[in-house]
Design a protein around this ligand. Structure first.
Ligand code: ADP
Ligand code: MG
Length: 222
């Protein structure tokens, strides 16, 4: 099953997103308020604090991701070397991968590939995709990153052996707040897609239930 991510085109209105963020934040707020009320009434339980902290973390991740999105598109493109960018991101996620019994394997055809990009935004995309791949493999596994130079473009593939995505769910990818995770924000793919789009690239997802998922990003090299 394959799906070109273009859902977010319909949702470029910031107001719509803001409404979504408000909605996402309301539930944890209500929960936190409830726990504090309990404690105030003398129903002290240690676990309330864990719950309050985890709800606060949830608010924080929604807000963080929203900020990335809401940032003015002051795009400052610079020539950057792609393999070193990818290696930096892999390095960044190493601990998380090891903790989840996941190996990240880098298969680079060439070792020097220049792209015009906004470095931090592109890193954000790679981080989002790799995190999803790690999260899709609760029992560990392998993620392959393949790089291929094509005519006027470079293809970057992230291949995981995770749980995959149902055919009827794949159209939902890239819709804001669509998540199947208890602690998910459902913003990662949409943000990634927006960034790739700003780089005049494309993003494609190919998935087989219980087999794994491949995310392919194409970026122009000139
Ligand atoms: P989040 O990770 O916060 O849920 P994302 O936008 O990153 O939000 O992803 C949205 C949803 O897409 C995930 O909840 C998951 O269901 C699905 N998904 C994304 N990447 C993968 C993957 N590599 N394998 C399986 N499912 C995935
Ligand atoms: Mg994610």
């Amino acid at each position: 099953t394959e799906e070109l991510l273009r859902k977010s085109e319909k949702l470029s209105v910031v107001g719509q997103l803001a409404a979504g963020v408000a909605h996402e934040i309301r539930n944890p707020f209500t929960a936190i308020r409830g726990f504090i009320q309990f404690i105030k009434e003398g129903n002290y339980k240690e676990e309330y604090f864990h719950m309050i902290l985890s709800e606060l973390d949830r608010i924080q991740s929604v807000v963080n991701e929203f900020l990335v999105l809401a940032k003015p598109q002051a795009i400052n493109f610079q020539p950057r070397e792609l393999t070193s960018l990818l290696n930096q991101v892999v390095e960044l996620l190493k601990t998380e991968a090891i903790m989840n019994d996941v190996q990240i394997e880098v298969e680079f055809e060439r070792t020097f590939l220049m792209v015009n990009c906004e470095e931090n935004q592109l890193k954000q995309v790679f981080i989002n995709i790799l995190k999803n791949a790690i999260e899709a493999m609760p029992n560990g596994g392998e993620i392959k990153i393949q790089l291929q130079q094509q005519q006027n473009a470079v293809s970057i593939r992230f291949i995981d052996q995770g749980e995959g995505i149902d055919e009827d769910r794949i159209q939902k990818l890239g819709e804001p707040f669509y998540t199947t995770k208890e602690k998910g924000t459902g913003l990662g793919l949409m943000i990634s897609y927006k960034i790739v789009q700003a780089h005049r690239g494309s993003m494609k997802i190919n998935s087989q239930k219980n087999r794994g998922t491949t995310v392919e990003i194409m970026l122009p090299t000139e």
